[in-house]
Design a protein around this ligand. Structure first.
Ligand code: NCD
Ligand code: ZN
Length: 346
């Protein structure tokens, strides 16, 4: 039996497009299905100023294949040197839709992130005043904190204090991976949202480690135990508008993933929408997919829902996704859910 589902065109509220040859290769994978995306600023060097965001936006738009429509929503990378007035001007011009907080050393290209949170207080206060959201990579980096506990500890030690001392600051907890993250969002009605990735709805930590190490399942925050995956699934499919899609699709070339010190990141742009349809179908929640992928994010950011639509179809034969996409930097492996998927975008 063929089944189909039409939803407003989705957006991706957390995406890595990179630059140069990689940007060229991965941008069409997102633009094919998504109307807009929050573009992560962790380039080398990072996108810190309004001027850098303008230049990066232009590089993205010139890499967009003719005939494709896509609106990159730019984000500034918060550093201890960030100038609150530059941030406010970039927001006032409509260029910048969020500021990103990386604790220094938490993930790929986060060396310029924040160590001393008092140093960014003036910027956070300015953001609260002008209504500019803070996107947070929610992991502490202390070497004595176990990697599987870093999100829960971040909530207690960093996030909750920031929110208490900066009332009115809108915060997105990005790529939450734990029931602690889900519960924190649910307990805090105001000014708080969370993105959930496609892959964290599908894999737990066993997928990375059992039967041999699987570098293409390694990302940060690292997938946690099964009970956390189930909590994420329940949140994503609940219809609660505080949870929305941020794929965190993060391309790295195969040599950089399949290495003695492999990079963190799952590349899911190509098959995310089909995989989400599978997951929501499995949870008997197909009618909640549009909220999660197309409506809750714009509502949080105060933007209109896309007027175009996207249609997904379930067929009797399994969908064949490309195993890799090629770039002039090298091949990038597409996330493999490890089970047959019958949904696809038409
Ligand atoms: C991201 C990347 O590769 O830039 N990696 C990842 O595992 N998600 C960085 C990030 O969002 O943490
Ligand atoms: Zn990311």
């Amino acid at each position: 039996m063929t089944q189909s589902l039409t939803i407003a065109r989705p957006d991706d509220w957390h995406l890595h497009l990179r630059d140069g040859a990689m940007l060229q290769a991965v941008l069409p994978e997102t633009a094919r299905h998504f109307g807009r995306a929050i573009i992560m600023p962790n380039l080398v060097p990072p996108v810190v100023t309004g001027a850098q965001a303008t230049a990066y936006r232009e590089r993205i738009l010139s890499a967009l294949p003719k005939g494709m429509q896509f609106d990159p929503l730019m984000v500034l990378y918060l550093t201890e040197q960030t100038d609150p007035d530059d941030v406010a001007a970039a927001h006032a011009s409509g260029l910048v839709k969020a500021v990103k907080l990386y604790p220094a050393g938490a993930t790929t290209n986060s060396a310029s992130g924040v160590q001393d949170f008092d140093k960014v207080r003036p910027t956070l206060e300015k953001m609260a005043e002008i209504g500019l959201p803070l996107c947070v990579h929610g992991e502490v980096t202390d070497s004595d904190i176990d990697i599987f506990d870093r999100e829960a500890v971040f909530i207690d030690r960093v996030l909750d204090p920031i929110r208490r001392t900066t009332p009115g600051l809108k915060v997105v907890m990005e790529h939450i991976t734990t029931s602690n993250g889900v519960e924190y969002v649910k307990a805090n009605a105001k000014d708080l949202g969370a993105t959930i990735t496609t892959h964290h709805l599908i894999i737990n930590r066993n997928h990375i480690l059992v039967g041999g190490i699987k570098p293409h399942y390694y990302c940060l925050p690292v997938a946690k135990r099964e009970s956390h995956r189930l909590a994420l699934r329940a949140a994503a499919t609940s219809g609660d508008a505080r949870f929305f899609l941020g794929t965190d699709s993060a391309p790295h070339t195969d040599p950089n993933k399949e290495s003695g010190c492999g990079c963190a990141g799952c590349f899911t742009a190509t098959n995310t929408m089909a995989l989400l349809a599978h997951v929501f179908d499995e949870e008997n929640a197909l009618e909640k997919l549009e909220g999660f992928a197309s409506q809750n994010g714009p509502a949080f950011y105060g933007l209109p829902v896309n007027s175009e639509t996207l249609t997904l179809r379930k067929s009797e034969t399994a969908t064949v996704f490309p195993e890799k996409i090629s770039s002039d930097d090298g091949p990038v492996t597409v996330f493999d859910p490890g089970f047959p998927v019958f949904w696809n975008v038409t």
